[in-house]
Design a protein around this ligand. Structure first.
Ligand code: ZN
Length: 58
C-alpha cells in the first residue's frame, strides 16, 4: 500500500492520503474537521485550505 499520512496543521493529527490523492485536493481532517489543501504528495504536506467566500447557496 502507498498510503501516506500528512499532518494536520491545525491539530497535528494524522490525515491519511489516499493513493490517488492529487496536489490541490481538499481533504478534511478526521480529528478537527479542518479543510486542508494537499500541497505536495511526497513528502505529504498539508496546508489550511483558503477560505472560500463564494456563494454556496447557504
Ligand atoms: Zn486537524
Amino acid at each position: 500500500m502507498n498510503m501516506a499520512n500528512g499532518e494536520c496543521p491545525e491539530c497535528a493529527g494524522a490525515v491519511s492520503l489516499a493513493p490517488n490523492t492529487e496536489v490541490g485536493e481538499i481533504l478534511s481532517c478526521p480529528d478537527c474537521g479542518a479543510r486542508l489543501e494537499v500541497r505536495s504528495i511526497n513528502p505529504p504536506s498539508l496546508v489550511p485550505a483558503p477560505k472560500v467566500e463564494e456563494d454556496w447557496g447557504e
